[in-house]
Design a protein around this ligand. Structure first.
Ligand SMILES: Cc1ncc(COP(=O)(O)O)c(C=O)c1O
Length: 496
């Protein structure tokens, strides 16, 4: 399935050459020297320099002592290309970001125009036109009831900002004890100390403890592994939602500030919930004056087949965190949507929210976001995803004939395939088996077979799929064929 390409030169080398004049006495890195000397730079040089000097995120580096790093050099449409010339389907839209696909000239043009007009101005005490226009645009497509946008540069900062704003809001409105947060088990909400406290994955937290105190967990909506029999998913959802009420009552309603929930939980593998769950969650949050925060870092901007999961599942959040696909990944940007009530205490007098980010609402990122949303509208990407989602699901469900596939779940263009040892008993892989199969085989095998996606065992082992919204039945078939081939081999290895 992998397609080789012959082009291996680095087109930037010549462009960068004049910029690389360095003080002869300073450190001279081999990659720069090669570029400066006008030598062709490609995989070999990047491998050497990358292994010696780069630190990848959430990445085990030990395999690079024997094997190569995967270096991606180009993206076009729903394909990416690595430094060895291999063409891969982008089955994860970068990291749930490139919803309009890669290499959009409109986004490049918008960035260039903005850089020449106003390359940078912070939103500290000043406004700028693109942030103002973008806020207006976002509110026009967002869930009802939102009236303010606080810009960040990504999801973690959105989570951090939501918690801090909730805390200050309650301090300023006569409920100063409300500061605790509740989130769901195995949910990922980011990496800063505050956001990591909200994250529900113990393995990610242990090395950084003590974290910010006052963050608690309730069950998620993993229906496949529901702890008991339920008549249907609605009933299970009500059960799960009631655990939130229990936790609020246990901690004391006058101490709980916010509940964070993803419309579809990514970590653990696309845990969906029915509207009944979100309706009950809404009721509970209203009853105890707990801020309902929808973390749409992944589910925003069409991923669920609506602009936002909050609209699709009628969540009616008080705050909504978005990031990633707001620019289709072409610029780092996040937008926290808020109801006006959170802003009310800051409207008059001397009150200030002492919080912000130098690059939050960067003018170039905002310009790119505006151009990106225009593409969504012009090409009806949301409608396309909504109409094609059932085909995507059906295509993936064909994999049920494989003994290793226990569950296929998700919505929109966001699905997980759960890997099991025994379909009947739903027996999952042991830690050692998961380690061997996912890291030792699946991740590379998927790449070699022509797809970039994620084999993930933050919960039970799953393969996560979230292709660009531009994909259609042809790409679904390709994805299914690759998964079939790789999972068939995985089953043999698991039982070999
Ligand atoms: C639900 C959710 N919240 C927060 C984050 C953190 O976002 P970022 O990596 O942009 O800081 C992520 C990242 O994937 C996420 O999925």
């Amino acid at each position: 399935m992998a397609i080789s390409e012959s082009k291996k030169t680095n087109p930037l080398a010549n462009l960068l050459k004049p910029l690389l004049k360095r003080d002869k006495a300073g450190p001279r890195l081999e990659l720069l020297e090669a570029m400066e000397a006008g030598r062709e730079v490609g995989d070999k040089e990047w491998q050497k320099s990358g292994k010696e000097h780069s630190w990848l995120h959430f990445t085990r580096h030990s395999p690079f002592s024997k094997g190569d790093m995967n270096i991606i050099v180009r993206g076009e449409g729903h394909f990416i290309y690595d430094s060895k010339g291999t063409k891969l389907i982008d089955g994860l839209s970068g990291l749930f970001t490139c919803n309009a696909g890669h290499g959009r000239p409109e986004l490049a043009a918008a960035a260039q125009k903005q850089m020449l007009e106003l390359d940078f101005m912070p939103l500290w005490s000043y406004g700028h036109p693109r942030a103002i226009e973008l806020a207006e645009k976002l509110l026009s497509i967002g869930p009802e009831g939102m009236n303010r946008i606080f810009f960040t540069t990504g999801g973690t900062e959105g989570v951090e900002s939501a918690w801090k704003i909730a805390k200050q809001y309650f301090k300023m409105t006569g409920k100063p004890l409300k500061h605790k947060v509740i989130s769901r088990m195995t949910a990922y909400h980011g990496t800063s100390h505050g956001a990591l406290s909200i994250t529900g994955i113990p393995a990610f937290k242990q090395m950084f403890e003590p974290l910010v105190p006052s963050a608690f967990r309730v069950p998620n909506t993993n229906y496949y592994r529901a702890p008991q029999e339920f008549a249907n998913e609605d009933e299970f959802g009500i059960w799960a939602a009631n655990r939130l009420e229990e936790a609020i009552l246990f901690e004391g309603p006058d101490t709980v500030a916010a509940f964070f929930v993803e419309p579809i939980q990514n970590a653990g593998g696309c845990f969906t919930a029915t509207k009944a769950y979100f309706k009950r969650i809404r009721e509970i949050c209203t009853k105890y004056d707990v801020v309902l925060v929808a973390d749409e870092t992944i589910t925003g901007y069409g991923r669920t087949g609506e602009w936002f999961g909050s609209i699709r599942y009628d969540i009616q959040p008080d705050m909504m965190i978005t990031a990633k696909a707001i620019t289709s990944g072409a610029q780092p940007l996040g937008a926290l949507f808020l109801k006006e009530k959170f802003f009310e205490p800051f409207k008059d007098g001397t009150s200030t929210l002492a919080h912000g980010y130098t690059f939050g609402g960067h003018p170039v990122a905002c310009a790119v976001a505006l151009a990106n949303l225009e593409i969504f509208e012009r090409e009806n990407l949301i409608e396309h995803a909504r109409n094609n989602s059932p085909i995507f699901r059906k295509t993936l469900e064909r994999l049920y004939d494989l003994p290793i596939v226990g569950d296929v779940r998700g919505d929109g263009y966001f699905f997980a395939v759960e890997i099991v040892k025994n379909k009947k008993t739903k027996e999952t892989l042991s830690r050692e088996e998961s380690e061997k199969l996912l890291r030792g085989f699946l991740n590379n095998a998927l790449l070699e077979a022509g797809i970039y996606c994620r084999a993930d065992d933050r919960g039970d082992p799953v393969i996560q799929l979230a292709p660009p919204l531009t994909c259609g039945p042809k790409e679904f078939d390709e994805i299914e064929a690759i998964l079939r081939k790789v999972l068939t081999e995985a089953w043999k290895r698991l039982n070999g």
